[in-house]
Design a protein around this ligand. Structure first.
Ligand SMILES: [Mg+2]
Length: 360
């Protein structure tokens, strides 16, 4: 097996701001595995600054990998080898897991969703479209530009939360929304008062990560007992290993492939959550259609989808799953098997170090 990796610089349509900071550019790292018989698999890492990852840490991990230990015919053993190299590096492991499954699917002549036994109901699953933190005027512009998407995800967790929602409601009075506080509310009383205010809107489906991941369990239980809206863990749910804490303190979980370490571990994280009675959601970072399509292969295990990271960029170099009107479809995918993605533009060298993706 040969392993090749390179960076791509993604340009955002709008400056992206959440409770922890803002940026215009993101770098992702693509990886390609090629078997001697010519079968190839593509994967992508979108490193998360929140978890001390960067393009440099991802590339350092790839450089430690002995590609002869990886095989399209034994993804589980390949992942066991990768996990033996370090306990972290989840976005790098995620990239390799996607590439391994892409190759395995092509050999089996099946899409990954069939390889996993899940199937995929085309034009059934709906993704939300994210609106980052901004001035009221820009929020209104973004919401109007997102008219085709039936569900929006609104970023809050800053002092101007009320102005942000009011701006959205001025142009989309009744659209269904999900709210993500990204750990922005620091006390349980502050969180409860914001949740009660959001519930009074009447069209909020749930709230993601109202308080910091380090919040004491007693405070989270206090909040869960009183919250008028379902609470989803994101920064608090990395892998299936976090299930006991999340089942106790939340109503649902947001699984992201770059947190779990790939599609295989994402499958486990979603299944475990459902078995524990939690609602499930799959999310994303700023990503190309490679990571977004990988997440779409797990759609059948999800109650909610938030896989719009490629829609927020202006130079996605890949095609795969589409989301016209927010509805996911693989119908136009040129590749029938594996990840079902293909390259659509020539590689553009990532010239300079760019700020890294944060939890979206
Ligand atoms: Mg989130």
């Amino acid at each position: 097996m040969k392993l090749k990796f390179w960076r791509e610089q993604l340009q955002l349509a709008n400056t992206w701001t959440i409770a922890r900071g803002s940026t215009n550019l993101f770098q992702v790292i693509m990886v390609q595995l090629a078997a001697p018989d010519g079968v190839t698999g593509i994967g992508e890492a979108s490193p998360i600054r929140r978890y001390h990852e960067s393009p440099d840490t991802v590339e350092a991990f790839f450089q430690r990998v002995d590609p002869s230990q990886l095989s399209f015919s034994d993804v589980a053993a390949s992942m066991a080898y990768l996990n033996s190299l370090s306990s972290g590096d989840m976005s790098a492991k995620c990239a390799l897991n996607i590439a391994l499954l892409d190759g395995a699917g092509k050999i089996a002549r099946k899409p990954i969703y069939d390889l996993l036994g899940l199937g995929f109901r085309d034009q059934h699953h709906i993704t939300s479209f994210s609106i980052g933190i901004d001035t009221p005027a820009v929020i209104q512009k973004k919401v109007l530009a997102a008219e085709q998407y039936p569900v929006l995800k609104l970023k809050v967790g800053v002092p101007g939360d009320r102005e942000i929602l009011a701006a959205l409601r001025a142009v989309a009075p009744k659209k269904a929304i999900r709210v993500d506080a990204n750990e922005g509310w620091k006390t349980k009383e502050e969180a409860l008062s914001r949740l009660e205010w959001l519930a009074s809107d009447g069209h909020v489906q749930f709230v993601e990560q109202p308080m910091p991941q380090t919040t004491p369990v007693a405070d989270l239980l206090w909040l869960k007992e009183r919250s008028p809206l379902p609470l989803f863990a994101d920064e608090s749910y990395h892998t299936a290993a976090d299930i006991a804490h999340c089942a106790e303190c939340y109503h649902g979980v947001n699984v992201k492939l770059v947190k779990t370490g790939g599609v295989s571990a994402g499958f486990a994280a979603l299944k475990t959550a459902r078995q524990s009675g939690l609602k499930t959601m799959i999310g994303c970072m700023i990503e190309t259609s490679v990571l977004i399509s990988a997440a779409a292969h797990l759609a059948e295990l999800c109650d909610f989808l938030d896989i719009d990271g490629n829609l927020l960029t202006t130079n996605d170099p890949y095609a795969g799953v589409t989301a016209g009107g927010g509805i996911l479809s693989f119908r136009s995918a040129a590749e029938p098997f594996g990840l079902r993605t293909n390259r659509v533009t020539a590689p553009v060298a990532a010239a300079t170090a760019a700020p890294q993706t944060d939890n979206i």
